[in-house]
Design a protein. Sequence first.
Length: 181
Amino acid sequence: MRVTGGIYRGRALRSAPGLAARPTTDKVRQSIFNILMNDIESKTVLDLFAGSGALGIEALSRGAVTAVFVEIAHKQKQSIIANLNSLALRMEILEMDYLKACRFLSDSNRRFDLIFADPPYDKILPQAVIDAVLEYNLLAPEGFLIIEHKSGIDITHDRMTVLKSRKFGQTEVTFYAVKKD
C-alpha cells in the first residue's frame, strides 16, 4: 500500500496484520482523490475508522492542512503512528469508538471540510455514521462526507445530498454534502 499522489507519492504505508484490517486499496483511494481533485488544498480532514490512516495521509499529501485520525483498535493506531512518523507528520489520533470521538470533537466545536469514513461493513451501517456526523455537527458548511461501504446498499438521508457514487467490485464509495435549506 502506497500514497498515490501529492508530496508523499510512492511512500509505503503499513497496516496492522490480520483480517481485521481492511485498508482502502490504492485504486479506490486514487479514484476518491481524483474526484475530490481541487477540493483538498487547505482543508481540514477527519478520518473515521482510520485503520492505517491511508485516507487522511493521502489528503495531507495532497495539500490538506490538518487531519484527525479516529481508530479504536490499538494495533491499527500503532500503524497510524508509524505511518505519520515515517513522513515526519504530527497529527491528532483518537483511540476510541467513533461515537465517543464525534462527541469529543463536537464538544470542542470542531468541524471538518472532508470526513472520510470506512466503517466495518458487517458491524456499523453507513446510515449510523451519517446520523452521527449530522448529530454532532462535524461537517463544515461546504464540506464533504465520503463513506466507503458494501456495494449495492442504498444510503439516502433526508438532510444529505448524494453527489457521486462509484462502485469497485464489493466496495462502493459515496460522496455526500449537507442539503441546502
